[in-house]
Ligand binder design. Structure first.
Ligand code: CTP
Ligand code: MG
Length: 235
């Protein structure tokens, strides 16, 4: 079966601050989205990349893809996204031709994921896991709190999960296509990643090693780090 990558890129990037939609902002002079597309197309296992563009930006994304050198063995498609990440992923899934039995979902906001991580996720799905997420151990201890009603007020700590058993999850997350489509049809609550929808339905989700360079560009400091990682690669 063939593998497609869906790249949700329709978010505004509110936490990054004012400016163009996050996926279209430059990193080392090239839009973040183009880095993410190249990271997926770099895997020989990926034969189609579907970009889910900002709702009013599909034409702009199409011309960006045309303007940048991309591997010829890979097909590209662009669809307009939705209000939430979940909705954007659903719209991307709906655009997949039938021959794609494995789907990766990869945030445009993780432009620097190494190809080895992409390949490891695909491999684990091919070996039979219905849902696979790359993840890394945490550096910080995590506390569960009772959120304060007033922002900034002290928040009571409820629990401290054992750090050694926690993982910070990244993308691309890989799925048996039918499993992911079913999850999107079944789960209606808001979630922050695709695998959690599959978890709610029952099928086992497994974790494979992620990579520190697969971090998500979320806040301004992340852009500084991303620029530094790129500069180091270009040495
Ligand atoms: N995303 C999307 N459609 C949405 C919201 C988010 O396709 N309606 C995508 C983003 O473009 C991003 C990925 O989901 O590639 C991860 O989301 P996040 O990092 O939260 O990006 P934004 O939602 O753009 O950022 P923010 O939450 O700060 O506004
Ligand atoms: Mg968001």
């Amino acid at each position: 079966t063939r593998t497609a990558a869906v790249i949700p890129a329709a978010g505004r990037g509110v936490r990054l601050g004012p400016g163009a939609p996050k996926a279209l902002r430059a990193l080392g002079g090239t839009p973040m989205l183009i880095h993410a597309v190249r990271a997926m197309a770099a895997s020989r296992g990926v034969s189609l990349v579907v970009v889910v563009a900002p709702p009013d930006g599909a034409a702009e994304v199409r011309s960006l893809l045309d303007a940048h050198a991309l591997p010829e063995r890979t097909d590209f498609a662009v669809v307009p996204g939705g209000e939430t990440r979940q909705e954007s992923v659903r719209l991307g899934l709906a655009a997949l031709p039938p021959e794609y039995g494995i789907v990766l979902v990869h945030d445009a906001a993780r432009p620097l994921v190494p190809v080895d991580t992409v390949d490891a996720v695909i491999e684990a799905v091919r070996e039979g896991a219905p849902a696979v997420v790359p993840a890394v151990p945490l550096a910080d201890t995590v506390k569960q709190v009772e959120p304060a009603e007033v922002p900034g007020a002290p928040e009571p700590v409820v629990a401290t999960p054992e750090r050694a058993r926690l993982r910070a999850v990244q993308t691309p997350q890989g799925f048996d296509r039918e499993t992911l489509v079913r999850a999107h049809e079944t789960v209606t609550e808001d979630v922050t990643d695709d695998a959690s929808m599959v978890e709610r339905m029952g099928p086992a989700v497994v974790v494979v090693p992620g990579h520190e360079e697969a971090f998500k560009v979320t806040r301004p400091l992340d852009l500084v780090l991303a620029e530094a990682v790129l500069a180091r690669r270009r040495l």
